[in-house]
Design a protein around this ligand. Structure first.
Ligand code: CP
Ligand code: NVA
Length: 306
């Protein structure tokens, strides 16, 4: 049994398979062809933080594949009343086939997985957001072909998205140019754990404009992630120069794409002209969450097909 708790839980070969499978599954969806390999399977979705895309993409995706979902939140389950996570894991995984969790600390999802009888998927933690990066890479490939050897500029917080981009660069052979304000840097230990990353898989730039120079993809995220709301005012000051604007896009490659996992704050981490401009692929990126996660659920439950 496999879990998907962070991006480096799978190897490059598994990603090649998953990305191909996601394209196959997306094609069927676009042609209105029924594809229901997960009939009678149930996905439990546990949300300890808010969500629009993650909920809709997993829920719609599971129904489309013939299965069903159970939606739990902290507020309407015993999770919010201090039932031990290990007990919740034992109970929920006896009645369902797959569990998706959005929570705070990565250690929480790891503890859940340790006591779960079924595969567990990370739907975002403070440290990682692997389903999103899987969708972003799929979207890049759809628009521009292989991501190997390419440069991804990360402008903004050294957060869950940034950590996951670093893991992906290490595994899939591209480079991340990271630019964060002082005090919000990526932490190599947190991103890679005990693993030694491939030399040169990421480079740090003090100036966000330098990070964007020559990039194939420019991407950013909110200045204040969920769970860090108390730091909002302080962050607004610290991040003022980390707004992806037209000047940053102008120094990237002419064919560079812009991505944002959403939700976005126009005028903060990105200028409206960029996110609503011709280089932005954010709506494809959001839709692709569903297609890649259908491939992921199929893989975790049925293994490789053919
Ligand atoms: N990108 C993303 O995970 O969006 P939600 O918070 O809406 O799920
Ligand atoms: N970094 C953001 C991503 C939201 C999808 C957060 O954790 O809130």
């Amino acid at each position: 049994m496999k879990h998907y708790l962070q991006f480096n839980d799978f190897n490059a070969d598994e990603y090649a398979y998953l990305l191909e499978r996601a394209a196959f599954i997306k094609k069927k969806f676009k042609a209105y062809e029924k594809y229901q390999p997960l009939t009678d399977r149930t996905l439990a979705m546990i949300f300890e933080k808010a969500s629009t895309r993650t909920r809709v993409s997993f829920e719609a995706g599971m129904y489309q594949m013939g299965g069903s979902v159970v939606h739990l939140t902290t507020g309407d389950s015993q999770l919010g009343r201090a039932e031990p996570i290990e007990d919740s894991a034992r109970v929920i995984s006896r009645m369902t086939d797959l569990v998706m969790i959005r929570t705070f600390e990565q250690t929480k999802i790891e503890r859940f997985a340790q006591y779960s009888r079924v595969p567990v998927i990370n739907g975002l933690t403070n440290e990682f957001h692997p389903c999103q990066i899987l969708a972003d890479i799929f979207t890049f490939i759809e628009h521009r072909g292989s991501i190997a050897g390419k440069v991804v500029a990360w402008v903004g917080d050294g957060n869950n998205m940034a950590n996951t981009w670093l893991q992906a660069a290490d595994l899939l052979g591209f480079t991340v140019h990271v630019s964060t304000p002082g005090g919000y840097e990526v932490d190599e230990k947190l991103a890679f754990g005990a693993r030694t990353p491939r030399a040169g898989c990421y480079q740090v730039f003090a100036n966000p404009l330098d990070a964007c120079r020559g990039a194939d993809l420019v991407t950013t995220d909110v200045w204040t992630s969920m769970g860090y709301e108390a730091e909002n005012e302080k962050r607004k000051k610290a991040f003022a120069d980390w707004c992806v604007d037209e000047a940053m896009m102008a120094v990237a490659k002419p064919e560079a794409l812009f991505m944002h996992c959403l939700p976005a704050h126009r005028g903060e981490e990105v200028q409206a002209e960029v996110i609503d401009g011709p280089q932005s692929v954010v709506w494809d990126e959001a839709e692709n969450r569903m297609h890649v996660q259908k491939a992921l659920m199929e893989y975790l439950l049925l293994g490789r097909i053919a």
